[in-house]
Design a protein around this ligand. Structure first.
Ligand code: GBH
Length: 507
């Protein structure tokens, strides 16, 4: 493979736009009947966010939504990925709890206005802001029997209210993060962990695996509902989105090649394998034994094949070495330093992220090989420039490292589609605007649009200009029929033998 620029363009119906999530942008946490989410109080506890700030205002997008859409329209995006706040729609969250008409009205107007502006809504049902009431009532994701029913009822309300206009649904964003960061490391809400300095309750050795299992089932039963009761009339597609960075062996020693496979088994295979192949990875069964919950045959029949596409959030590449002590990484050690001492790429503001576009291209091949998966949507991908938060605005707008990141990624995207023949249908850089970056508070900035939190004014960064121009020039003209009207294509179905890793040679 070479990664030279290719003259051809992405197909005319290629979808691109920017992504956000409700709790990270909306603010207005206590207006119009919204119930609390688990992030409301968690982010207010001392020490939970880097700057001690919470999500009460965020980018004020609940109030400034018209301005947001105007800017999206100015950028000329084809689509916008955003998430719905469950506790705005059902303040107490549960299947017998009342629906909040003001929550429905807000998102309904929002969707209408996107469509009036020619922007396709790409909607995530759940991006981490679980209703607090469900956590208090029965432990939220820890209680499979309750949460699956409550989640499915929430999904039903959304399909009924918005499904006439929404043709792209994501059930859940990044189950690995929900499980590991929320119930293992305890760094994300609800903050449970075995570490008693962090949390008075929690068991990091069992809870993440229970939570992951509940998320898979909630996703799967919501998809079954959509397919049985809504899909024929509404004609949309529904899938899940998984975080998954490329895992590259540190060197070609057999144990490090195997380590990279193990890293992927836990980071991606934990969810991708049941959903696309119908079983948990052997390696997870091996390391977790009884701690990994099993599926009943009925459940498995609902889980297997429960995603119309592969939603991929991918940011970086990790060099993987055998012998780590972190179960959440599959006992694999991650590094960005090559054996010869050089860095893999440019360091971002957050420690977990370096720029390595070749890994982006490789991720598709890896997932294709693993799941025989035919159709991808990149639902997140982005870069946080080091120390951007402490720069004056004019300087922050010259976000060269982010521009370079997207230069590399767009070339890799084109090569993946046009040279490797991977079926990638959508690409959403994270994020439309700087926003509440979870435990990082407002310090780490991922936006292609700068937000001045004092005034809530938005300023396009160079990276926004780069992406707008690039997609303007690199998609074939002539997409007259909107994506909305196109018949959705259903996913895969070829199941490969247990996959072996693609050698992670640098491409
Ligand atoms: C996305 O997750 C989120 O969907 C989005 O809300 C967020 O704003 C965006 O990233 C930027 O962070 O150091 O071992 O704890 C990205 C996937 C996976 C990246 C977990 C950070 C932390 C690994 N994330 N990873 S660790």
């Amino acid at each position: 493979m070479t990664s030279g620029e290719v003259a051809k363009k992405l197909p005319k119906d290629f979808v691109w736009g920017f992504a956000t999530a409700s709790f990270q942008i909306e603010g207005s946490t206590n207006v119009d009947g919204r119930g609390k989410s688990i992030w409301d109080d968690f982010s207010k506890q001392p020490g939970k966010t880097m700057d001690g700030r919470d999500g009460d205002v965020a980018t004020d997008s609940y109030r400034l939504w018209k301005e947001d859409i105007a800017l999206l329209s100015q950028y000329g995006v084809k689509s916008y990925r955003f998430s719905l706040s469950w506790s705005r729609i059902i303040p107490l969250g549960g299947r017998n709890d009342p629906v909040n008409p003001k929550g429905i009205a807000f998102y309904s107007r929002f969707i209408d206005t996107l469509l009036e502006n020619g922007i396709i809504p790409f909607v995530t049902l759940h991006h981490w802001d679980l209703p607090q009431a469900l956590h208090d009532r029965y432990g939220g994701w820890l209680n499979k029997d309750e949460i699956v029913q409550d989640y499915v009822r929430y999904a039903r309300i959304c399909f009924e209210a918005f499904g006439d206009r929404v043709k792209y649904w994501l059930t859940v964003n990044e189950p690995w993060c929900i499980s590991i960061l929320g119930y293992g490391r305890g760094v994300f809400a609800p903050g449970r962990s075995s570490d008693r300095e962090r949390s008075p309750t929690g068991d990091s050795s069992t809870e993440p695996w229970v939570v992951g299992h509940s998320v898979i089932l909630s996703h799967a039963y919501a998809v079954r509902l959509y397919r049985e009761e809504f899909k024929a009339a509404q004609g949309g597609q529904i899938g899940i989105t998984l975080n998954g960075d490329w895992a590259m062996p540190y060197d070609d020693s057999p144990q490090n090649v195997e380590a990279a496979q193990h890293a992927l088994d836990v980071a991606i295979g934990w969810f991708a394998d049941p959903i696309y192949l119908g079983y948990y990875p052997d390696y997870m069964k091996q390391i977790l034994g009884e701690r990994l919950p099993g599926f009943t045959p009925e459940e498995l029949a609902v889980v297997k094949g429960s995603s119309d596409f592969y939603g991929m959030n991918t940011y970086t590449t990790n060099l993987c070495r055998a012998g780590g002590d972190d179960e959440f990484k599959g006992f694999v050690e991650y590094t960005f330093v090559r054996p010869d001492g050089t860095q893999l790429g440019t360091q971002a503001h957050c420690s977990w992220l370096q720029d390595y576009p070749q890994g982006f291209r490789h991720s598709f091949l890896q997932s294709s090989l693993r799941c025989a998966y035919l159709n991808f949507s990149v639902t997140e991908n982005g870069f946080a420039v080091k120390d951007e938060h402490s720069k004056p605005i004019e300087e922050a707008l010259q976000d060269n490292d982010r521009v370079n990141y997207f230069k590399g990624i767009t070339a890799a995207l084109k090569a993946a589609v046009l040279e490797d023949g991977v079926d990638v249908r959508a690409y959403f850089p994270w994020s439309f605007v700087d926003n509440f970056e979870w435990a990082d508070g407002y310090i780490t900035r991922f936006g292609v649009t700068y937000v001045d939190y004092e005034t809530q004014r938005r300023y396009p960064k160079e990276s926004a200009k780069f992406l707008v121009k690039w997609f303007g020039e690199n998609i074939e003209a002539g997409d007259t029929k909107s994506q909305q009207e196109k018949a959705p294509q259903n996913g895969p179905s070829v199941v490969l033998e247990r996959p072996s890793i693609i050698q992670g040679v640098e491409v």
